[in-house]
Design a protein around this ligand. Structure first.
Ligand code: ARG
Length: 468
């Protein structure tokens, strides 16, 4: 039997393999709510423009509501022979209300239908992801305030560099996540044009009102070129790119958690709720959630790559290749959402080990820069000479196995005779972090002020979302 929806010119039905490769219902059924919202907007517009009668429109709208309830109650039978969500819903509508159902597809094609459905889905999901990112930022800002003066080693090359505070480290991720959120926001603003009414590719001869459907579906306006509207998926690519970058940020934080939780570092403890044991080694406490956040980024980057490759050689306008956009997008977004939830939980429970962090911060001659700065400030040495003298002092301390502040004044004066006892005041890690008061520096007062600023800004984001 040929296809009910488009089989007019076909004598026979599709080969079984054709049906298998062609069908998308297994995954695009996730778009049912967006598909029905788009259809309802289209139907109301057709009636208002006198393209279909009010009676038919009323039946269509009621039928679509029935279908929503059936799907949500798990009573809807999805059929692979009907290919995709659009035709599954239309076929059921025909069963429910008869011939009036056939009028819904006037001035519309599956090409603009899928374009509008997918835009609505990506837009809604971007909104959810932005809220989740903000929630993680808030948890990090809270941690930052609680640990504004918890001193830890700051690294470059994973070598002790200069002491910083744990709060400052948390706020670094708040900044990254803010840019992630803004990337979604920018992409959202660009994608918010409604493709509905573009029809197959050329527009339609029916006197439709595209402003009306655009408004009803929450778009800023109708798309301006029919070919572009059905042919591009750059709105998905932009959001996948934002998702991939954000996932990379989460992965870096996850990597730090893995390092910090190791017995060798002991910088912080992950809660039982986000650790697992080993089936053979009773002493183990593995940071599996952090490892998985680090690992799952591969799928998200993979999704971005896959869709770029799918799109790269397609002539205008729609090609069936584009059906490949959905599974990977669903997977990438749900993976990012889960990773954000796991990271938020881990950070909320995270307990930095203050004593160990303080001890580690003092290792590796981490206040050598403070010593060099003292030579510049107090003795007027050019920084390069101060750097050289400090290097000699570090070598001396290293050779005798002591810290910089354990050197005797006489040993220091052997390197630079004008050094006085005052130099010892800058060699403590506390003094070092407290002195970093430049904008964006790690001084505890800075960190406290920044953490509070973020708490307020993020509470605003949450309030605005509640109101909308
Ligand atoms: N399932 C299709 C997709 O996801 C819907 C659009 C089909 N359009 C068509 N002309 N065959 O892309």
């Amino acid at each position: 039997m040929s296809n009910k929806m488009w089989g007019g010119r076909f004598g026979a039905g599709p080969n079984e393999i054709m049906e298998e490769i062609n069908a998308s219902i297994e995954f695009d059924k996730q778009l049912y709510a967006q598909d029905i919202a788009g259809s309802k907007a289209h139907c109301r517009m057709l009636a208002k423009c006198d393209i279909i009668s009010d009676e038919d429109a009323e039946q269509i709208l009621q039928g679509l509501d029935t279908i929503t309830s059936e799907i949500e109650a798990g009573e809807f039978t999805f059929s692979r022979a009907l290919e995709d969500i659009h035709m599954n819903i239309e076929a059921r509508l025909t069963e429910l209300i008869g011939p009036a159902a056939g009028r819904l597809h006037t001035a519309r094609s599956r090409n603009d239908q899928v374009a509008v459905d997918f835009r609505l889905y990506v837009r809604d999901t971007a909104d959810d992801l932005m809220a989740q990112i903000a929630a993680l930022q808030l948890v990090l800002a809270d941690k930052a305030l609680a640990h504004a003066d918890t001193i830890m080693p700051g690294f470059t090359h994973l070598q002790s560099a200069q002491p910083v505070t744990f709060g400052h480290h948390c706020l670094a991720y708040v900044e990254m996540l803010e840019r992630d959120r803004n990337r979604f926001k920018d992409a959202r603003a660009r994608m918010n044009q409604c493709p509905l009414g573009t029809a197959a590719l050329a527009g339609t001869s029916f006197p439709i009102d595209r402003e009306m459907t655009a408004r009803e579906l929450g778009f800023d306006g109708p798309s301006r070129n029919s070919l572009d509207a059905v042919a591009d998926r750059d709105f998905v690519l932009e959001c996948l790119s934002a998702a991939a970058i954000s996932a990379v940020h989460l992965s870096r934080l996850a990597e730090e958690l893995v390092i910090w939780a190791s017995a060798q570092f002991r910088f912080a403890k992950l809660s039982d709720g986000f650790s697992t044991g080993s089936s053979i080694m009773p002493q183990k406490r593995n940071p599996d959630a952090a490892e998985l956040v680090r690992g799952k980024v591969g799928r998200i980057i993979g999704a971005l790559n896959s869709l770029l490759v799918v799109m790269k050689g397609l002539p205008l306008t729609y090609s069936k290749d584009m059906q490949e956009d959905k599974e990977l997008t669903f997977d990438a977004f749900s993976t990012l959402s889960l990773s954000l939830a796991a990271m938020t939980g881990m950070i909320e429970d995270l307990e930095p080990n203050k004593e160990r962090l303080r001890e580690a911060a003092a290792e590796g001659f981490s206040t050598a820069t403070d010593l060099a700065d003292w030579l510049v400030r107090e003795l007027g040495l050019p920084f390069r000479d101060a750097h050289h003298a400090t290097g000699a002092l570090v070598a001396l301390a290293e050779k005798t196995g002591i810290m910089l502040d354990e050197l005797k004044l006489a040993q220091m004066q052997a390197v630079e005779p004008r050094i006085t006892n005052d130099i010892f005041s800058v060699l403590s890690v506390e003094n070092s972090v407290a002195s970093r008061t430049s904008i964006g520096g790690t001084a505890p007062d800075n960190v406290r002020a920044e953490a509070k600023r973020w708490q307020e800004a993020l509470a605003d984001v949450a309030n605005r979302r509640e109101q909308s």
